[in-house]
Design a protein around this ligand. Structure first.
Ligand SMILES: N[C@@H](CCC(=O)N[C@@H](CS)C(=O)NCC(=O)O)C(=O)O
Length: 214
């Protein structure tokens, strides 16, 4: 099994945190996104979507961060990061999707539409699609609304989807880290997010990730 990786970027970040939580040892190939190595013909032959992370396993390509995490969850079932009973599984999925659609996409919208390097390739991968600068403001506004939602949610709960750490926490923390790229500090004036983030940063999986990218 080989993970094609660029750990600083948000989607690889969430997969790396997941791998660390599972204590898995996976061989990596570093794909330098800053040098557009994901768009080289050799890369596109393996993964025509032109994105990382992706897994190669027995001549198969598995793209999409959550598909990769689900694959790893089925390979190593503990700790159960997608839940362990029907209600828990549904709640984790519910919050995880909310985080992905309202948080990750909002920050991504502001980031990708604001960066010069992406002005002709606003979505990840080889397709040429022009950025819309007006979307930067909207993406930032949506990001702030997301952090307000997260703050209210964490006021009532220990973790994003309930009283257990899950993939929803990994995704939400990734949004918090990614938002710094658009100069939004989700912890500012939000004491519940701040306390939750500090708690997560004490986990070995998070410390190992920070060491990997430092
Ligand atoms: N939905 C995909 C998104 C993958 C994605 O957008 N990856 C980014 C890095 S965070 C990428 O490969 N960017 C390459 C590019 O900008 O062309 C996932 O969840 O893995």
């Amino acid at each position: 099994m080989i993970l094609y990786d660029y750990p600083r970027a948000p989607n690889p970040m969430r997969v790396n945190l997941f791998i660390n939580e599972k204590k898995l040892n996976i061989k990596r190939v570093h794909v330098d996104l800053s040098k557009h190595h994901n768009l080289k013909p050799k890369f596109l032959k393996l993964n025509p979507w032109g994105t990382v992370p992706f897994l190669r396993y027995k001549n198969q390509t598995i793209c999409e961060s959550i598909a990769i995490c689900r694959f790893l969850e089925s390979k190593k079932t503990t700790p159960k990061l997608f839940g362990s009973n029907p209600v828990e599984i549904a709640k984790i999925e519910m919050y995880r999707r909310k985080v992905e659609f309202d948080g990750l996409q909002a920050v991504g919208e502001a980031f990708r539409n604001s960066v010069d390097a992406f002005k002709e390739r606003v979505f990840a991968g080889p397709a040429k699609i022009l950025a819309i600068p007006e979307l930067v403001k909207r993406g930032k506004k949506r990001s702030i609304l997301f952090f307000d939602f997260l703050e209210k949610n964490l006021k009532k709960k220990k973790y994003v989807a309930g009283d257990k750490f899950s993939i929803a926490d990994i995704d939400a923390y990734t949004v918090l880290a990614f938002a710094k790229w658009i100069k939004i500090d989700g912890c500012e004036n939000r004491k519940y997010i701040k306390a939750w983030a500090e708690k997560l940063e004490k986990r070995k999986s998070f410390k190992d990730y920070f060491n990997l990218i430092s």
